[in-house]
Design a protein around this ligand. Structure first.
Ligand SMILES: Nc1ncnc2c1ncn2[C@@H]1O[C@H](COP(=O)(O)OP(=O)(O)OP(=O)(O)O)[C@@H](O)[C@H]1O
Ligand SMILES: [Mg+2]
Length: 334
C-alpha cells in the first residue's frame, strides 16, 4: 500500500507520517518510510538523533545503482543513462517488494527501531538552495518515483512517503502513484488552499485524497474545516502533548500517545487499507506511461538524446501477478 502525506509547509506532514509509521510498526505491519520532503525531518521524527539522521544514505546519491538494478535485462532500456525518473518497467525489468532484501534497499534503506516494532527508512537526501526547481531536485524525488513505479506491493505492507505538495509532483506524475493521499491541513485559509489545488490536479486521475485536519483546537476550527473541505475531511488531530514532548527531546512510549490521536491513526489505517479495493494496476501502468511520454517530450528526449517513447513496453502491466499470470515470487523476510 502506497501512502502519501502532503500539505502546506509546516502543516504537520512529517509529524503525521511519523505517527502513522509508528502505528503500523506497533501493529507489526511491514513499512518502508520515505522522506521526500524538502525539509528532511522524518528520521528525527522517528526518533533518530541529528547525527544518525545525517548519516542516512541518500537515494539521490544512488541513482546509477537504482537505475542499473531496475532496468535489469529490459531490452528497451539501453543503459542506465537513458533511464529517467518516469521510465516505466517492462519485460526484463526488476520489480521490488516492500519486505525483500534487494540492492536498492541495501543501498538506501536503514532499519529504525520503534516501540516494539521496526520500520525501514529511506531518504531522498537534503535539498540545497541550488536544487530547487532544477534537475537535481527532480532527480532526487525521481528516485522515489522510480521506486514506486517498480514496486509490487500487496495488502498489509506499506510505503509511507512524506512529501511536499509542490508543482514537481504534478509535473512528473508522482501524485498519481499512491493508493491513498493524506493531505494534512491546518484550519487556515492557506491550509485549505493547498487542498483545493491538490484536489483540482487529482480530479482527473482517480487520486484518492482525504484530508487530515491538524492542530485543530476546538469547534470553530472543526467547523471551518468541515465547511471548506466537506466530506473529504477524514479525521482531525489536536495539539498533542506527546508530540510536543518529542520536540523537546523527551521521547515517551508510543502507548502514551493521546487516545484521540491513536483513534485518528486507526481510522487512517482502516481508510488506507480499504483503498486496496480501488486498486487498478492497468490504470496505474497507463498513467505511468502517460507521464513518461509527457516527460520524454518536454525534456527527456533532449536530455538523453534518444527517443524515450521506445522504452514503453506496450504489453506490460505492473501488478502483484507477473505478466502471464505467474505470481511474483514471495519476498524473503528481511
Ligand atoms: N498535532 C500536533 N501537536 C503538536 N505539535 C504539532 C502537531 N503537528 C505538528 N506539530 C508541530 O508543528 C511543527 C511542524 O510540523 P511538521 O514538521 O510535522 O510539519 P511539516 O508539514 O512536515 O513541515 P515542513 O513543511 O517544514 O516539512 C513541528 O514543530 C511539529 O512538532
Ligand atoms: Mg516535514
Amino acid at each position: 500500500m502506497k501512502i502519501a502525506f502532503v500539505g502546506k509547509g509546516g502543516s504537520g506532514k512529517t509529524t503525521l507520517s511519523s505517527l502513522f509509521v509508528r502505528h503500523l510498526a506497533a501493529h507489526r505491519v511491514p513499512v518502508v518510510a520515505v522522506d521526500a520532503d524538502i525539509n528532511q525531518h522524518l528520521g528525527v521524527a522517528l526518533g533518530l538523533d541529528e547525527a544518525e539522521a545525517a548519516a542516512l544514505p541518500a537515494m539521490g546519491a544512488h541513482l546509477p545503482l537504482i537505475k542499473e538494478y531496475l532496468r535489469g535485462t529490459n531490452p528497451r532500456i539501453a543503459s542506465a543513462e537513458t533511464m529517467i525518473k518516469t521510465t516505466p518497467p517492462g519485460a526484463g525489468s526488476r520489480l521490488l517488494r516492500i519486505t525483500e532484501d534487494n540492492p536498492v534497499h541495501e543501498a538506501c534503506a536503514r532499519p529504525v527501531r520503534l516501540d516494539g516494532g521496526e520500520a525501514r527508512l529511506m531518504v531522498t537526501g537534503p535539498f540545497t538552495e541550488a536544487d530547487l526547481g532544477v534537475a537535481c531536485y527532480h532527480s532526487k524525488v525521481g528516485a522515489v518515483e522510480m521506486y514506486l513505479n517498480h514496486l509490487v506491493d500487496g495488502r498489509e505492507e506499506f510505503v509511507v512517503v512524506d512529501m511536499t505538495a509542490g508543482s514537481d509532483s504534478f509535473a512528473s506524475g508522482m501524485f498519481t502513484r499512491f493508493d491513498m493521499t493524506f493531505l494534512v491541513a491546518e484550519p487556515t485559509r492557506k491550509g485549505v488552499a493547498v487542498y483545493r489545488q491538490y484536489k483540482e490536479y487529482a480530479r482527473d486521475w482517480g487520486v484518492s485524497l482525504r484530508v487530515v485536519g491538524n492542530k485543530v483546537r476546538g469547534e470553530d476550527d472543526l467547523d471551518f474545516l468541515r465547511a471548506e473541505v466537506g466530506d473529504d475531511l477524514l479525521v482531525t488531530v489536536g495539539d498533542s502533548d506527546w508530540v510536543r514532548a518529542m520536540e523537546r527531546g523527551r521521547h515517551r512510549p508510543f502507548t502514551e500517545l493521546e487516545g484521540a490521536v491513536r483513534e485518528a491513526l486507526r481510522t487512517m489505517y482502516e481508510t488506507a487499507d480499504a483503498s486496496y479495493e480501488l486498486r487498478d494496476w492497468e490504470r496505474y501502468t497507463r498513467q505511468m506511461v502517460h507521464f513518461h511520454l509527457k516527460n520524454a517530450e518536454s525534456w527527456g528526449n533532449a536530455r538523453t538524446g534518444t527517443d524515450l517513447a521506445a522504452q514503453v513496453d506496450p504489453s506490460f502491466v505492473l501488478g502483484e501477478f507477473a505478466p502471464g499470470g505467474e505470481p511474483v515470487p514471495a519476498p524473503q523476510p528481511a
